[in-house]
Design a protein around this ligand. Structure first.
Ligand SMILES: [Zn+2]
Ligand SMILES: [Zn+2]
Length: 352
């Protein structure tokens, strides 16, 4: 089969390798689609600990496919089932794992991060992933492209579960990439009032408005002033930083209403994460600041339900589709930031 392997910093190769063997407790999935994530781009640029010439892995953690084979001990799944695969795997017995938060386990592993992932024609799903509910059945009305991006949508849901968005609240999203628009779509579902969006790139803001015409763009150059004008001097109830900018995190405190909640969704580059803030803003306004990272399988399942029920439409996020042979071109497109999500599509028996 063809697979995209990472061997280290700036060393990605499209290689021919054997279709993985599965144990009696595992399943083999024929990949339908796998999406490129910003963290894939960072892994390609910077490398990742544990990955080198002797220890390459197959990249890709946003993936779905059709079950090709199930091990003899596997129940609940059969060949031909369409499935999305959540990538995060925990030890299964620590406190976080017992609460379902496998993505916060001290022994955290993830497909496409430190074990083989989805940019390959076949995916071996390990026993623990099956046990932890990572294999999610998908309905025929949900396209493979959409199922491939359940995971980033679930990460966004995880963030919003931390801060809570209540009916009618003003929400500001800073960063108009795929994560920003996903925050917009989910905030709308939670009953947000006005949804403001700010990004230094007008082209990106415009793309988000095409998908969500009720989004209100703000002047990124004079953000504080624009927020205060539009909220009658109060500030927003929720601010989500969906970008990796220190200045944005620092500014966010001044944009908040009383009892406002700030979500630092986008992480900052390693070693450049020390920020300054006026702590009295936090104190006198009773602000809350939350962080979020990754997602659990339950959140992926919630996204699957929302898409199946027609409440969440992810189709508009797919900007370009490529075949695995053209992976480098796909990466170039994804890195250019012109579109939202870039998806690698594979031909399957079901023609997805
Ligand atoms: Zn991702
Ligand atoms: Zn654990």
């Amino acid at each position: 089969m063809l697979a995209v392997k990472i061997y280290g910093k700036k060393d990605i190769r499209i290689v021919e390798c054997d279709i993985p063997q599965i144990s009696p407790d595992e399943i083999l999935v024929k990949t339908s689609a796998a999406a490129i994530c910003g963290s894939d781009l960072r892994m390609m640029e910077n490398g990742y600990h544990g990955i080198d010439e002797a220890h390459p892995i197959i990249l890709g953690h946003e993936m779905c496919g059709v079950i090709a084979k199930t091990g003899e001990n596997v129940s609940g799944y059969k060949a031909g089932d369409r499935v999305a695969i959540a990538p995060n795997i925990g030890c299964g017995h620590c406190k976080n794992c017992l609460e379902g938060d496998y993505h916060l386990c001290g022994e955290y592993q993830a497909m496409g991060i430190n074990m083989d992932g989805g940019f390959a024609q076949y995916i071996r799903v390990p026993k623990k992933a099956l046990e932890q509910g990572n294999v999610i059945l998908i309905d025929d009305n949900v396209s493979a492209e959409e199922a491939a991006i359940f995971e980033p949508a679930a990460c966004v849901l995880n963030g919003q579960e931390q801060i809570g968005i209540h009916k009618g609240e003003d929400v500001l999203i800073i960063g108009a990439g795929p994560i920003g628009i996903l925050h917009g779509l989910l905030a709308r579902l939670q009953g947000a009032g006005r949804i403001f969006l700010s990004d230094l790139s007008q082209a990106r803001v415009q793309k988000c408005i095409e998908l969500m015409p009720d989004i209100i763009p703000l002047d990124a150059e004079n953000l504080e002033q624009d927020v205060m004008e539009k909220t009658g001097g109060k500030g927003v109830d929720v601010c989500i930083t969906a970008c990796a900018a220190k200045a944005v995190q620092e500014t966010s405190f001044a944009l908040m209403n009383m009892k406002g909640r700030i979500l630092f969704f986008g992480g900052l580059p390693n070693g450049k994460d020390l920020i300054q803030m006026h702590s009295n803003l936090l104190h006198y306004k009773e602000l809350k600041v939350c962080g979020s990272t990754r997602c659990n399988a339950q959140q992926c399942r919630k996204i699957a339900s929302l898409v199946r029920e027609g409440k969440l439409d992810l189709k508009g996020l797919i900007s370009q589709k490529f075949e695995i042979q053209d992976f480098e071109e796909a990466v170039g497109y994804a890195a250019s930031g012109q579109g939202l999500k870039t998806v690698i599509l594979f031909k399957t028996e079901k023609g997805n």
